[in-house]
Ligand binder design. Structure first.
Ligand code: 0L1
Ligand code: MG
Length: 261
């Protein structure tokens, strides 16, 4: 277990990198013995710093939940992070690239919970029962690590590269729908660049939400009613730059978009 002072120093470093839009080397280079609990402890300390500045917790995210993403990043299991109101961009709104290091976008299905979801023991059925509706969601990831080069523990400490997100305004109830066959099309500057379906995320995107709830439950936390949960990129992440306009269509759930300036 890392010392509290080391955890605090690492959280400060990652926070400063995000605030100043500059990168750093992955923290396991200096701390090769960092364990999973240490990695999430750094993430907790990062969240505490940001909330001390006034940010509010609005939800959580699961990352690396599709084989496309795992293959892209060379890892083999999902990771979990948190979402703050400071990460949220209004539908159709602008994301300032000067505030980010090397942003990429991911097409996701966002769950909005009508009831608290608490592990352990969560499964797809419990997630769907607690879900009020799903929305089209674009996550903007921006690893604080140089060239997006990291291992799982380093990326967990860095709040799983969370930077911004946008969700659409057309809620789709899950009852009577099959999220596995729900199709998505991601367009960059009017050109379709990625396609997929919900099943790309662990067979069913609600599986990622159940894993997240079980992960939180093991730590004595839960997903409160009203939480927004990003279930993970359905395709590989797509790099973006100032001037790009990204639009996501989700079958049955309308669309959402974001402009990079
Ligand atoms: O949301 C995600 O899938 C990203 C998880 C962290 C890995 C990355 O930066 O691609
Ligand atoms: Mg994501």
């Amino acid at each position: 277990m890392m010392q509290a002072s080391t955890i605090a120093a690492l959280a400060t470093r990652l926070d400063d990198c995000a605030l100043q839009a500059r990168d750093t080397t992955k923290i396991t280079d200096e701390h090769p013995d960092m364990d999973w609990a240490d990695a999430y402890a750094v993430q907790d300390a990062l969240r505490a710093r940001q909330m001390e500045r006034g940010a509010r917790l609005v939800g959580c995210k699961a990352g690396l939940t599709s084989f496309a993403k795992m293959r892209q990043m060379g890892v083999d299991s999902p990771v979990f992070g948190y979402l703050l109101d400071t990460h949220a961009v209004p539908d159709g709104g602008e994301c300032r690239c000067a505030e980010l290091i090397h942003p990429k976008v991911e097409p996701e299905i966002a769950f909005v919970l009508g009831r608290e979801l608490k592990g352990p023991g969560c499964h797809i059925g419990a997630v769907l029962a607690a879900t009020d509706f799903v929305l089209a969601g674009i996550e903007v990831i921006d690893s604080r690590y140089r060239d997006f080069k990291f291992d799982l523990k380093s990326v967990i400490a860095d709040n799983t590269s969370a930077a911004r997100f946008v969700v659409g305004g057309q809620p789709m109830p899950v009852y009577g729908r099959d999220l596995r066959t729900t199709g998505i099309v991601l367009e960059k500057n009017g050109v379709p660049v990625a396609f997929g379906a919900g099943a790309a995320v662990l067979g069913h995107p609600a599986t990622a939400v159940a894993m997240l709830a079980n992960h939180l439950g093991a730590r004595g936390e839960s997903l409160p009613a009203g939480s927004v949960v990003l279930s993970g990129g359905i395709t590989e992440a797509v790099a973006v730059a100032a001037g790009d306009h990204v639009h996501l269509r989700v079958q049955g759930a309308g669309s959402t978009s974001i402009r990079f300036v």
